[in-house]
Design a protein around this ligand. Structure first.
Ligand SMILES: CSC[C@@H](O)[C@@H](O)C(=O)COP(=O)(O)O
Length: 355
């Protein structure tokens, strides 16, 4: 199974150590989180990011919160605090729901150890789900590559690689599987303004030796129109019951262009990203992260120091919807750990799901 070059999160006694993604790809630092408040800040500020990783981190946050006080009131406080950190990725709420369900029936004395056990299980399961998504997605790539005398060209958006999960990633898991099996592949990576998660994708692919080309977000249309993309695969932060999928802002435009030019468009996501409680994409809450991220950019100065640079004058009005919703009609299929399905057929894969 894929091994993360640096664990995105790991337990360290009664704390966790995270890879701080706020500085990547310019600086690689680990951070130890020891309190509920530190975990909540790490999620909100995107030191940890990516729907599956946010879910696992929140689960560890509950375990950290219960270390000294495992009363009902403390559990409730931890769940409420963590639930308020980010609204769109449903994995957060799914993981907190799992923790609540397991811990609430237990006596307070039993909860701390059980909380760590459950958080570690969520962590482990996510890595396994990524591996299964990789295998199912690989079958699609292998089929599309049949007969080609050049590498298969995959386009992705945002970062849905190992950095966004506890394993190989979601959208990038099939890419890593292809690399492991020797299928020639190259990846178009869009920069993903305003937080530039595409730079994280470029970083992890380059480190892994997967050929890639970084593009400005707006270059996706011309590449799809020219026939320079064989397939688009992105992750998701929440998939509604009808298959509409919320993902990083900019995904929708890629899906529209892919449809126009007859290029297959796949969403890769585990069960923890599926929300049967949302009938369609209109019910998915979209995070607005405020104007500052749009008006600034993070980079390295000529002395090699990580700096935030102002792009637009201080008083410039800006809007920053962080996600958009791709309608099911623009999605060729959803790659899950249980297999691939048409967007409207998720229930067939999860007949046992309550929510
Ligand atoms: C594997 S998570 C889904 C991704 O495709 C993507 O939208 C994402 O990384 C989440 O966004 P982020 O805002 O960086 O936490």
């Amino acid at each position: 199974m894929f091994t993360q070059p640096i664990p995105t999160i790991r337990r360290d006694g009664d704390a966790v150590v995270i890879l701080d993604q706020a500085l990547l790809p310019h600086a690689c630092e680990l951070r130890r989180l020891t309190t509920l408040e530190e975990v909540a800040t790490a999620i909100h500020s995107m030191q940890v990011r990516g729907a599956p990783l946010i879910g696992a981190t929140a689960a560890y946050g509950v375990a950290i919160a219960l270390a000294t006080d495992a009363s009902d009131a403390r559990l409730d406080h931890a769940l409420t605090t963590l639930a308020a950190t980010r609204p769109t990725a449903v994995n957060l709420h799914w993981a907190l729901g799992q923790m609540r369900e397991r811990l609430l029936p237990l006596a307070a004395t039993e909860r701390p150890a059980a909380a760590w056990r459950e958080a570690e299980a969520i962590h482990r399961d996510d890595a396994e789900m990524c591996a299964a998504i990789g295998r199912h997605g690989y079958a699609i790539l292998e089929r599309l590559a049949a007969g080609l005398d050049r590498p298969l060209r995959v386009m992705t958006h945002c970062n849905a690689g190992w950095l966004a999960t506890c394993g190989a990633g979601t959208a990038l898991a099939p890419v890593y599987e292809a690399q492991a099996r020797g299928l020639a592949i190259e990846v178009w990576v869009s920069e993903t303004r305003p937080r530039n998660q595409g730079l994280l994708t470029a970083w992890e692919l380059r480190e892994a030796g997967v050929p890639l080309r970084l593009i400005a977000d707006n270059a996706a249309g011309i590449l799809l129109a020219r026939g320079e993309v064989d397939v688009v695969i992105t992750g998701a932060d929440r998939v509604a019951a009808n298959g509409d999928a919320a993902n990083k802002v900019g995904t929708y435009l890629k899906a529209l262009a892919a449809r126009e030019h007859g290029v297959p468009f796949y969403i890769a996501a585990p069960f923890s990203t599926v929300d049967f409680g949302c009938a369609d994409g209109g019910a998915i809450p979209i995070e607005d992260r405020g104007p500052a991220e749009v008006c600034t950019v993070l980079g390295l100065d000529s002395d090699g120091a990580v700096k935030s640079l102002r792009l637009a004058p201080e008083s410039t009005a800006a809007a920053n919807p962080a996600f958009d919703v791709t309608p099911a009609r623009c999605i060729t299929g959803i790659i899950t750990e249980r297999g691939v399905c048409a967007p409207g057929r998720l229930r067939d894969l999860y007949p046992d799901a309550a929510r």
